[in-house]
Ligand binder design. Structure first.
Ligand code: BG6
Length: 525
């Protein structure tokens, strides 16, 4: 009956308008993607193989062009050879000759200097010639800035000056992190971009948001009613977030010396993970509704002063060690790194979110390079029952933990205490697992494929917004300033192949807590 609510139904958000149209059905219009730095490292490893995969999976329209715009003097043919090598190297299993023959027809290269007006005129003319208009007479162009941060403002200004954002094209711009070096430079960069583009045309990449398990955090939280009532200070003891890397700085010593772990991972990837765990339910699944909630989390993180940083943050830098029985040089011996470098490669901290939901619940976060294993996970640890009824006095009853494993396993698991079979009332810890591969068995898509597709569809949900980026810088700026002002006296303070400096344990030990043991082999610490 009209006006009568059905007690058994779930109300739909008034923002939910896509129930008849799955996101996968949204049509991608013919497009041209211009990659600035199309022969650089990111393009070679990620972007070009991802575009090839999207073509392989039939997710691109018939008409599209990929134009690389940059310094090397390369003919179209030479650029195609470069792309072929990148697909064969970084995705050998997917290479297929007939698909390649077709895909390569969409590739071209413009040898250009990012500061030359003449070269932008050549680009404009090329785009006017190759862009296929949609039925609404739009010529979709995506400008992908896969270039060092210092170059981005020059390119953006030239795009504005040469009228790429006027009537002829329907432009979007994809920008890679880092967005600035601190809040002030990020605001400056945002002003530069927004002078030329509208915020709705700006796609700021954080590739962690393209990972399937990361997206599943909010899906899991808000599609299941059993956890949400527990998702607060009354039932959650604390949260641990670990982003452990086995790789070092590879060929990027110069970049990393300027960046360090806080700018490289904490300001973006870790902050995004914190926000997804801590955010309030959005009223709908629209990009801005979700991004609004995330920004609120960043703004609620307790500001850190000198004393707080001294007590509740830990920095580290790896020294020589071994990983998988291979000798690894220390950070200071890497190419382009100063022999007395103060750059941190490890970070741990206790963070507080001063909101009604999270007041008093510590979020312990840590990340580092050259650690024992590659592993990213979020562990939500619940409070213990009020009274211990089982086992002996000396038995430890493991707390309930909900674990989101982001990589290398893509899993969600819940640990529970059950009775061990027998006459004694012995508690035993077991887990209930959901594993992507065994449940769905489908080939995982790389984060960049998802992000490229979302941009082509015009979906900004998985991209950072201006105010969010600036708010994330506000959280980490004081730490960076303090660590840069007072060099670490004890660097290097952890061997490559360990789980990081011992001081990280003290962060939790003082409070009767401990990091979850993540080692799949006995710890090397
Ligand atoms: C990048 C950092 O953003 O993320 C790198 O610049 C880091 O230093 C990488 O290695 C880690 O990404 P992933 O997907 O391998 O966890």
């Amino acid at each position: 009956m009209e006006g009568q609510t059905n007690d058994y139904s779930v109300a739909a958000s008034k923002f939910l308008q896509t129930c008849d149209l799955l996101a996968s059905d949204v049509k991608i219009e013919p497009f041209t993607i211009v990659i600035f730095g199309g022969t650089g490292d990111l393009s070679k490893r990620m972007l070009l193989p991802s575009l090839y995969h999207l073509k392989k999976d039939g997710r691109l329209p018939e008409d599209f062009s990929i134009v690389a715009f940059g310094l090397p003097k390369k003919s179209d043919e030479e650029f195609r050879k470069f792309v072929r090598e990148s697909v064969e190297t970084f995705s050998p299993e997917s290479f297929n000759q007939s698909l390649w023959d077709e895909f390569s027809q969409h590739l071209s290269h413009i040898s250009a200097d990012f500061t030359s007006d003449e070269d932008y005129t050549a680009l404009y003319n090329r785009l006017a010639e190759i862009c296929i208009p949609t039925p609404e007479n739009k010529r979709e162009v995506v400008f992908y800035l896969a270039v060092p941060p210092a170059v981005a403002p020059v390119i953006i200004a030239k795009l504005g000056q040469h009228k790429f954002c006027d009537e002829t094209f329907e432009p979007k711009i994809i920008m890679e992190k880092p967005f600035g070096r601190d809040r002030a430079s990020a605001s400056e960069l945002n002003r530069t971009v927004l002078n030329v583009f509208d915020e709705s045309q700006v796609y700021r990449v954080d590739h962690y948001l393209g990972k399937e398990t990361v997206q599943n955090i909010i899906f899991f939280r808000f599609a299941n009613s059993i956890f949400e009532p527990l998702w607060n200070r009354r039932y959650i003891d604390h949260v641990q977030i670990t982003v452990a890397e086995q790789v070092g700085v590879e060929q990027r010593g110069l970049f990393y010396e300027q960046t360090g772990v806080v700018r490289d991972i904490v300001q973006n990837h870790i902050m995004q993970l914190v926000a997804l765990v801590a955010m309030e339910p959005p009223v709908g699944f629209e990009a801005d509704l979700i991004r609004d909630e995330k920004v609120k989390v960043f703004r609620t993180i307790r500001p850190m002063d000198e004393e707080y940083i001294g007590k509740f943050t830990v920095r580290g830098q790896y020294g020589p060690g071994s990983i998988n029985n291979v000798q690894i040089p220390g950070y200071r011996a890497e190419r382009d790194v100063a022999p007395d470098s103060n750059t941190p490669t490890f970070f741990a901290a206790k963070i507080y979110i001063d909101s009604w939901r999270w007041a008093g619940v510590p979020f312990y976060v840590r990340t580092g390079k050259r650690l024992a294993e590659r592993l990213t996970e979020i562990s939500v640890q619940f409070k213990q029952p009020p009274l211990k009824l089982f086992g002996r006095t000396c038995d430890v009853i493991e707390p309930n933990r909900l674990i989101f494993s982001v990589q290398p396993q893509e899993e969600i698991s819940l640990s529970l205490s059950v009775k061990f079979p027998g006459v004694d009332n012995q508690p035993h810890n077991v887990t209930m697992d959901f594993n992507y591969e065994s449940s769905f068995g489908v080939e995982r898509h790389h984060a960049y494929e998802r992000l490229l597709i979302d941009c082509l569809k015009g979906d900004l949900t998985l991209f950072a917004r201006q105010d969010g980026v600036e708010a994330m810088w506000s959280v980490v700026d004081p730490i960076i300033s303090q660590w840069e002002a007072v060099p670490a006296a004890n660097f290097p303070n952890y061997p490559a192949g360990s789980w990081g400096p011992k001081e990280q344990d003290e962060l939790l030990e003082h409070e009767g807590r401990a990091w979850r043991n993540l080692a799949s082999e006995p710890s090397l610490m």
